[in-house]
Design a protein around this ligand. Sequence first.
Ligand code: 6PG
Length: 226
Amino acid sequence: MTQISVVEDPGAAVEERLSAVAQEGGHLVLTGGSTPRSAYALAAERDADWSRATVWFSDERCVPPDDENSNFGMADRALLSRLSRPPRVMRIQGELGFEAAAGAYDALLREHLGPRPRFDFILLGVGPDGHVASLFPGKPELEETARLAAPVPIAGLDPQVPRVTLTFPVLNGAREVDVLVAGQDKAQAIALAFGDSPDPEAPASRVRPEDGSLLVFLDEPAASAL
Ligand code: 6PG
């Protein structure tokens, strides 16, 4: 099932879903980027009980966790460290370098969730080039099917640091994927990913949970080319 919602404040809509799922417990995936940050700040204000949840990450930049470019660091500052009843957190150790960090995360995923993880909830943003997580257009990581977490030696966008990313089999194995996008600069990418004729060159067009729901939350500018 794919459901596209065009709303005034997509961050607020996603926050409601995120807090509700976290309260139920289970395995959740957070993402980086500026749009999710607003949802995290709202979730911190709501301060639901996250203590039965385990939080993972869609991707990470290969920097230390306290670096301003760290996705974990952003989520920690905006949300995780502010919760009264925080979740267990499984972060990607970007500081190890892209190969070692990807290998360690792949092993952690297999240890806790087996060879075919089925996340309860995955949150993703979309970049202006149509990327999701750190799956950038034209890059070999898009075709990765064996690894759960892949090294990304060359990022497609700023910050130009190597990354680690979950791969499509993991994203598409989830029970629910919520995509959160705001802004006119994303309109073309959204049309290519979720319009009438999706373009496989846009990585977001490949987010299609095999046995789960896809909920896309857009503001008016992001939806303007649909
Ligand atoms: C990253 C993110 C990335 C992000 C999109 C959207 O590491 O950069 O995980 O996939 O979600 O780029 O980000 P914005 O909301 O900032 O546009």
